[in-house]
Design a protein around this ligand. Structure first.
Ligand SMILES: [Zn+2]
Length: 165
């Protein structure tokens, strides 16, 4: 049985817990969180979020990419969010390679030239949070009155430390 089949049977129990809700489409806290796909970070639990509370945008590293900007513009302009949190974490997979090493690896494994792609790796997690906060501040698509915060989640303790811009 695939994991997806397990997920579907787990979902049957979830439906009973969920109940028939009719939450508004606009997030209650008016916050959008940009964070990593890491499986050790359960954003809802870590931040005390309930259904309907916040937008959560996840990718490898929790980096501010073109597509994250696309989602943030929709989040703010269509769905009313007014605050953005950039949340990176310790021991991130984006710290395990460099662009050069990964380009080489993909050439060998897949026979594909990815030298034009930036996989957005980083070595210093505090620096990566600051870099992404600065990208948001500099973007004309993010109005100046949208508050931008940063943090680092410790995957060993669950603790979040604030990063000043
Ligand atoms: Zn990560």
């Amino acid at each position: 049985m695939s994991y997806f089949e397990h997920f579907l049977s787990a979902n049957q129990a979830y439906v009973a817990l969920h109940g028939d809700l009719h939450l508004p489409i606009k997030p209650k806290t008016r916050v959008a969180i940009v964070t990593c796909m890491d499986s050790r970070l359960h954003v809802g639990h870590a931040l005390g979020l309930a259904l309907g509370d916040a937008h959560i945008l996840r990718n490898a590293g929790g980096r501010v990419t073109e597509d994250v900007l696309r989602s943030l513009v929709i989040s703010e302009q269509q769905l009313g969010t007014r605050e953005i949190v950039v949340l990176h974490h310790t021991d991130c997979g984006a710290q395990t390679f460099t662009n050069a090493s990964f380009h080489q690896e993909l050439e060998t494994k897949l026979g594909v030239d990815t030298s034009h792609m930036d996989f957005l790796p980083f070595s210093d997690v505090e620096a990566s949070v600051r870099e992404d906060m600065a990208l948001l501040k500099a973007s004309p698509l993010i109005p100046d009155d949208v508050a931008i915060y940063g943090g680092i989640y410790d995957v060993d303790t669950g603790r979040i430390t604030k990063v000043e811009a």
